[in-house]
Design a protein around this ligand. Structure first.
Ligand code: SF4
Ligand code: FES
Length: 241
């Protein structure tokens, strides 16, 4: 069986305008979008550029726009899609070649939220203890693989590259809710800043595309509530912890 693909092509070295190229791809049952791209690379056009590594939805490298939705190429079955299957790179990021984008703006925003533990006080003799219950509070935030699908799907990120973005804000909540972290005030001030949570229009695109079933929109709403409850104690009922 063959399936028709339309793939975004752009190579700044050729001087040619961005365009779509059609390919007929051999697609045996069970083949993923990533495997179809590898097939094209090996059989039709060795110049096709795209990123991947783990092939099992863990590294986050292969996020792209597949038939109208952002997702992981290695996790998307060809058989689940209607042909011609149209593939574009992640949005809002400069295209380096074909499906490869420059992730620097994504990482620059991410770095701003200090995505690491900042404990208060002197370090303990052995380790920072965390109870099972406190660790459980982080369960829903720790699985982010930083694929960028949420960022690509976010119209606010499109309009304002300085917006921290769903990936960075989800990670902020992960540290705000970590019982070992001592920088909650600093973190809430950061997310309440001009390019933080209040830029989010609660559109839910990020939640719909996340390949790990995470909820960045919910995380952003939770952060908004925490910021509001800090500033106006009357609204303490908005936050459970
Ligand atoms: S929140 Fe989901 S979509 Fe966004 S970077 Fe993390 S894993 Fe990817
Ligand atoms: S190749 Fe690693 S997530 Fe797809």
């Amino acid at each position: 069986m063959t399936t028709a693909f339309k793939i975004f092509r752009y190579d700044p070295d050729t001087g040619r305008e961005p365009h779509f190229q059609a390919f007929d791809v051999e697609t045996p049952p069970g083949i993923t979008i990533l495997e179809a791209l590898i097939w094209i690379l090996e059989n039709k056009d060795s110049s096709l550029a795209f990123r991947f590594s783990c092939r099992e939805a863990n590294c986050g490298s292969c996020a792209m726009h597949i038939n109208g939705k952002y997702g992981l190429a290695c996790r998307t079955q060809v058989s689940s899609l209607k042909a011609p299957i149209t593939i574009r790179p992640l949005a809002h990021l400069p295209v380096q070649k074909d499906l490869v984008v420059d992730m620097k703006p994504f990482w620059d925003n991410y770095k701003q939220i200090k995505p690491y533990l900042i404990p208060a006080g002197d370090p303990p003799e052995k380790e920072y203890y965390q109870s099972v219950e406190d660790r459980k509070k982080l369960d829903h935030h720790v699985d982010c693989i930083l694929c960028g699908a949420c960022y690509g799907s976010c119209p606010v990120a499109y309009g304002d590259p300085k917006y921290l973005g769903p990936h960075a804000l989800l990670k902020s909540l992960r540290f705000v809710e970590d019982s070992r972290d001592g920088a909650i005030e600093e973190r809430l001030a950061m997310v309440a800043s001009e390019f933080g949570v209040f830029r989010c229009h609660t559109i839910f695109n990020c939640q719909m595309v996340c390949p790990k079933d995470l909820n960045p929109t919910g995380a952003i709403s939770k952060l908004k509530n925490k910021v509001i409850a800090r500033k106006f104690p009357f609204f303490k009922f908005l936050v459970k912890n």
